[in-house]
Design a protein around this ligand. Structure first.
Ligand code: ADE
Length: 367
């Protein structure tokens, strides 16, 4: 970003924020504890939902020490309704760490902050910026949207390259004077003016130099690439067993190269697997057939349902590209994730049915 634009950005944001910012409770008598709690509450939750929770929290636990000494049940009770309860558990755990390691005060450097339960890179930067007035930039969803439009960034929003590019630009643009105002103003602008669907460009302090506005591309940015459609696959997985050995293949396709799998084939889920030609072919060689629980699995753009069966064979047949091996050996081989889940069911099955011909039914009545 050219220097003139950096200066414009900082100046415009600062004066707009000072006259237009919302009166939010965590903006009163700022301290590191309030910043920490508000930032965690604001993750995945709207400002208007957070406000009453923030008031109740501060009344119940006015300091980090109060929080650390409170029973977890009380903490969860105050959090009730905000969702993602691991946030509350981590705040409680983190407060105990802060009391025991830092005398009840949040540290002011990223190394120590990042060691505290529940404090990740974003919360750490927010605490450093808003509570300790350090020069660090903040990238949340609102900031990403405002800056993607201001700079006309045509990089896929969900890619890490988009994040890196923004961080680089923001680091250059961050003013030495009141850098925390710059951060909070960008967030506020994203929340109030530069909104996802109906941005209020005519009220925006950045409109004169906003590249998206100048190109009339506000609604096209940030760029979110349409994900390829998910395809559903249904596969029957036949686990051939002879004595204590199982038939395994090593995959050669690019996607699954060197990973092991059982024999499988695609089938139409509207017709029962047992009626499939491939299945019937094998039945004549089998002396036992058992159905294992369904496995659901996703990879790349596929969602797969795996229907596993154990087929106990009368004789040890050989097949091209397949190997017979004991369960112990099978477990040592690298497996594709879906077939590893099938393998877990197989182990479960074998451990509960040593003689699976006779105990098979008992097992299936349980699943
Ligand atoms: N979203 C995340 N942090 C915020 C803050 N400090 N004020 C308003 N909205 C926010």
């Amino acid at each position: 970003m050219p220097m003139t634009d950096s200066k414009f950005l900082a100046r415009q944001l600062s004066s707009w924020f000072k006259s237009s910012k919302r009166d939010l409770p965590w903006r009163h008598d700022i301290n590191p504890y309030k910043v920490w709690i508000s930032e965690v509450m604001l993750q995945q939750t709207q400002v208007k939902t957070v406000i009453p929770y923030f008031h109740r929290w501060m009344k119940a636990f006015p300091t980090i020490t109060h929080l650390a000494n409170a029973p977890i049940e009380q903490v969860i009770k105050i959090w009730e309704g905000l969702g993602y309860y691991s946030r509350a558990r981590n705040l409680h755990k983190g407060s105990k760490e802060i009391v025991s390691k830092y005398h009840g005060k949040l540290p002011s450097n990223s190394e120590d902050l990042l060691q505290i339960s529940g404090i990740g890179p974003y919360t750490c930067s927010a605490i450093l910026s808003f509570a300790f007035q350090k020069e660090c930039c903040l990238v949340d969803g609102n900031v990403k949207r405002v800056m993607s439009r201001f700079l006309h960034l045509e990089v896929d929003y969900s890619k890490s390259s988009h994040y890196r590019l923004l961080e680089e630009e923001l680091t250059k643009a961050l003013p030495k004077h009141e850098p925390w105002v710059f951060n909070e103003a960008l967030m506020e602008l994203g929340a109030l003016i530069c909104t996802p669907k109906n941005p209020h460009c005519s009220k925006c302090p950045l409109q004169k130099k906003c590249m998206a506005k100048l190109n009339n591309n506000q609604l096209k940015l940030p760029l979110v690439k349409v994900r390829p459609k998910v395809s559903h696959l249904n596969r029957a997985v036949l686990i051939f067993q002879y004595d204590q050995e199982f038939l395994i293949q090593k995959q050669t396709s690019d996607l699954m190269k060197d990973l092991h799998e059982f024999f499988y084939f695609e089938f139409d889920p509207n017709i029962s697997v047992e009626k499939h030609e491939k299945f019937k072919e094998w039945q004549s060689f089998s002396i036992g057939l058992s159905k294992l629980p369904l496995v659901r699995h996703s990879f790349t753009r596929f969602k797969v349902s795996l229907y596993p069966f154990v087929i106990k064979l009368k004789e040890k047949k050989t097949f091209e590209n397949f190997e017979w091996m004991s369960l112990k050996e099978v477990k040592l081989r690298p497996f594709s994730s879906g077939h590893r889940k099938v393998l877990a069911h197989l182990e479960d099955f074998l451990s509960c049915c040593n003689d699976f011909n006779s105990q098979n039914l008992a097992y299936f009545s349980k699943v």
